[in-house]
Design a protein around this ligand. Structure first.
Ligand code: CMP
Length: 829
């Protein structure tokens, strides 16, 4: 066979083999990577066998396998970008960003701890230099989360934990490779490493990689607009991006290509998605799922095939060193999971990560393809001392095998031992009762359909009878288990409702009623609600609801940016986001109350339903109030959003009805596509969000303050320079009693309350406050707090006199109000 023929034969035969492995792994209840390692080792052994002349195909297969002499470079350049990009793409970026601090800390801290602990320990027990041992530590610091994540899914661990483990492993690949490159460089140049310079270089490489990956991702996302409607072209763009982001930043900017590739994947996962239709995104997801599967399987198989050769002349000394390495990494991971993780504030918000789960995280730190590929890169480097090369090759290979065969195969046992897979009474109740509800629903629907279609009674009884039987069995099971407490019933109800909420947001997104951007925010929020109910029942729900209504970090950042620089684009976007989130929430919450009334009673009883409805209604009131606060400031935008919402529903109904007509063969394919195109064109404006005018310019606001109306246009224009617009958020303390005054404020719209001793005074549009401290040169005499969103005009102390000098009437007005206020304040005191 020709050379190219052999390569293709080898690769495709391996792919065929891997396609059989996932079902086999699940039947054998083994993590997929463990099975891959076993098969890979087996193939490695076969490839060293002598060809048997009388079996031509088999011989060619062996030759083809030998021929697949994959170098470390191939691993790193061909498979790694695909693997990293795919994982990054499939991660929910919003949830990742929510927890970015603990994830980054876990990823970077864990890698550093592993590098240091392993490095120092091995350099003490082996003849190799500290630098070499540190590098070994970095190589074995990457974790492969697949097995742990699968277990977390199985036992229904909080989603937060899954995101933490997935995020950690994605970023720790990046961190470990960046540290490895640094240490390898120092080792090759034979210079001692300067800790400060190394940290600086690491940060440069990491941050530089992240920024360039982000920019490349953004750039690609803008290109999507050019190829919209051609999913195959869009997918191709993302494939190029994965490889180019891996190559270009590293080559031209000397920053980490791995980090850049991960950052590009994350960017497409968040920004890119919003620019694609849900259908295209599904296709993209599918294509990348396929690529990721191939890369992961081939990396593993090919790396494992090298194992028999590497381990051929293993000595007892090697075995001891491998065990030492294994022990050191376990200690290092123990320090991270049991020592560092509990210190990270914010992780424990929704209940502690239980000891059992921590044990799974610790024991489940298996290593995989990335460690093997890095070790291979060292082995192939001729400038490294042969002894060291052999040491790294054997110890990493042996170590990876140990983690796979010891940890990988026992993880499930550990989970059973810790009883993590057992449902709590409440979880069992949720499961039982939801099943009961589903079965009953099916029975009723079948009876309805059968009645309508005049199916004979006998047949109906036969088919529906099965379901009736199940309903009775379920009922009996429930009765056997005894009654749940009121609190348990309440959390069963809340769990079912959160699942409903989730589904409704998702459906609205699918029907293009909601954009992906907003849907993701809402879905992340419901996931948090669910985690909270699971951890702390209704109390958790309440606090998660409070949390969900707070202004996001992004909003606060945009607000600060506006206050400091006057730039208002990010603020406008944040306001528009909040608007849409609240609007969609309000709609779905209203539906949920109706759902609870209709459907929850058989599940949890009347009393619990009332309690659930009370909770949801309370939430609805809060959401409506938050929405109202925005509406007051931006009524036109509120109308526009509602118009769009209704428009999108209309569009979907139109599209559905045409599809129906086509299905009933009332219209043909051509007419259908014409109608669909026409509908999409007519409603095309719906998907681009209208820009929200923050109405935060001095001129716009001056027009809203009656005090300034008498001023001539020229004076108005002049004072516009002295007055600075500012948006304040509900409950913001604008002025604090006792502080030195540096500005006074005119209320262009909104309301504030002045908290005087023993009473409060409300001020609204057109009023002003904060003048007393400036006029009298004394500390503020009261707290002034915003009642909702307010638009203010701020006049700094130094500009007060110039303003008053411009207009006598203005001066008199301010002074008289001040005197009056002082009078009332004094008379009360
Ligand atoms: P200053 O003292 O700078 O800060 C607190 C502000 O509250 C104060 O200026 C006034 O603008 C306002 N304020 C104080 N007393 C009253 C009052 N009796 N009625 C309305 N506003 C007041």
């Amino acid at each position: 066979m020709s050379t190219i023929g052999l390569t293709i034969f080898g690769l495709t035969a391996l792919l065929a083999l891997t396609s059989l492995l996932p079902p086999l792994a699940s039947r054998m209840r083994l993590p997929y990577s463990v099975l891959l390692a076993i098969v890979g080792c087996g193939l490695g052994l076969i490839s060293t066998a002598q060809p048997l002349a009388h079996r031509a195909v088999f011989d060619d297969f062996i030759i083809a396998l030998r021929h697949l002499d994959i170098s470390a470079e191939t691993f790193l350049y061909v498979f790694l970008p695909a693997l990293l990009f795919e994982t990054a793409l499939s991660i929910n970026v919003r949830r990742l960003l929510d927890d970015i601090t603990p994830i980054m800390a876990m990823a970077v801290v864990a890698v550093v701890i592993c590098t240091v602990v392993t490095g120092f320990f091995l350099s003490a027990v082996s003849p190799f230099s500290l630098l070499a041992c540190l590098m070994l530590g970095a190589i074995v610091a990457t974790t492969d989360p697949a097995a742990v994540v699968a277990i977390f899914r199985e036992i229904g661990a909080p989603r937060r934990l899954t995101i933490l483990v997935e995020g950690e492993s994605l970023l720790n690949d990046a961190a470990a490779i960046a540290i490895y490159v640094l240490l390898l460089g120092a080792l090759l140049e034979g210079r001692p490493i300067n800790a400060f310079a190394a940290i600086g270089q690491f940060l440069f490489s990491f941050i530089g990689g992240a920024v360039s990956g982000y920019l490349l991702g953004r750039f690609t996302a803008t290109l999507f607009a050019l190829v919209r409607g051609w999913p195959t072209a869009e997918i191709t763009l993302t494939i190029s991006l994965a490889y180019l982001s891996f190559l270009l930043p590293e080559h031209y900017l000397h920053v980490s290509g791995v980090v850049a590739c991960v950052a590009a994947g994350l960017t497409i996962g968040s920004v890119g998605r919003t620019r694609m239709s849900p259908k295209t995104f599904e296709q993209l997801d599918g294509a990348w799922g396929q690529l990721g599967f191939w890369s992961n399987s081939l990396i593993f198989l090919l790396a494992a095939m090298l194992i028999p050769q590497t381990m051929r002349d293993l000595t007892w000394r090697d075995v001891v060193l491998i065990l030492a390495l294994y022990g050191a990494t376990l200690v290092a991971r123990g320090i991270t999971v049991f020592g560092v993780l509990p210190l990270l504030r914010g992780i424990n918000r929704n209940g502690d990560i239980g000891g059992g789960m921590k044990a799974v995280m610790w024991w489940g730190g298996m290593r995989g393809a990335v460690s093997l590929a890095l070790a291979l890169a060292v082995t192939e480097n001729p400038s490294i001392d042969p002894q060291l090369r052999r040491f790294i090759a054997t110890s990493v290979t042996g170590f990876v095998l140990l983690t796979l065969f010891i940890n990988g195969t026992s993880l499930r046992l550990l989970m059973h031992g810790l009883r993590l897979n057992q449902l709590t009474a409440r979880q069992r109740a949720v499961k039982d009762r939801s099943l009961a509800m589903a079965v009953e629903e099916i029975r009723n629907r079948i009876v309805d359909i059968a009645d309508r279609e005049r199916i004979d009674r006998e047949v109906i009884d036969e088919v529906a009878g099965d379901y009736s039987h199940q309903v009775t069995v379920n009922q009996a099971e429930q009765d056997k288990r005894g009654d749940l407490s009121a609190e348990d019933l309440l959390s069963v109800g809340l769990t079912v409702l959160s699942a409903q909420e989730d589904e409704r947001y998702y459906n609205n997104f699918k029907a293009q009623i909601m954009t992906r951007h907003i849907a993701e925010r809402l879905l992340a929020q419901t996931a948090r609600l669910r985690d909270a109910v699971r951890a702390k029942a209704s109390e958790g729900y309440l606090s998660a609801v409070e949390e969900s209504l707070r202004l996001t970090r992004r909003f606060r950042f945009a607000l600060r940016l506006h206050q400091i620089t006057g730039i208002d684009r990010p603020l406008a976007a944040a306001l528009a986001d909040r608007f849409e989130v609240l609007l969609n929430q309000r709609i779905v919450l209203t539906e949920l109350i109706a759902f609870a009334r209709r459907r929850l009673t058989p599940l949890i009883g009347t009393e619990a339903v009332t309690a659930v409805i009370d909770l949801i209604s309370d939430r609805l009131v809060k959401v409506s109030a938050a929405l109202q606060a925005l509406k007051l400031q931006y009524p036109d935008y509120a109308l526009e959003l509602q118009r769009r919402y209704l428009g999108r529903i209309a569009r979907q109904m139109e599209l559905d009805s045409y599809e129906d007509l086509a299905q009933q063969a009332m219209i043909g394919g051509e007419v259908l596509s014409e109608l669909l195109l026409d509908t999409k064109r007519r409603w095309s404006g719906l998907d681009e969000r209208p820009r929200l005018d923050t109405e935060l310019t001095a001129t716009q606001l001056i027009a809203r303050v009656p005090m300034f109306h008498n001023l001539s246009a020229a004076v108005q224009a002049e004072i516009a320079h002295l007055l600075h617009p500012r948006l304040v958020i509900p409950d913001e303390v604008i002025v604090r009693a006792g502080e030195r005054g540096d500005a006074m404020y005119f209320i262009a719209s909104g309301a504030v309350t002045v908290k005087l001793p023993g009473r409060s005074v409300e001020l609204g549009s057109g009023d002003f406050f904060g003048e007393l401290a400036l006029l009298r040169g004394q500390p503020r005499n009261a707290d002034v707090v915003a009642l909702g969103f307010c638009k203010l005009l701020v006049l700094s102390a130094r500009d007060l006199q110039p303003l008053l000098a411009r207009d006598r009437q203005l001066r008199e007005r301010i002074e008289s109000v001040a005197a009056e206020r002082l009078g009332t304040a004094l008379s009360r005191n």
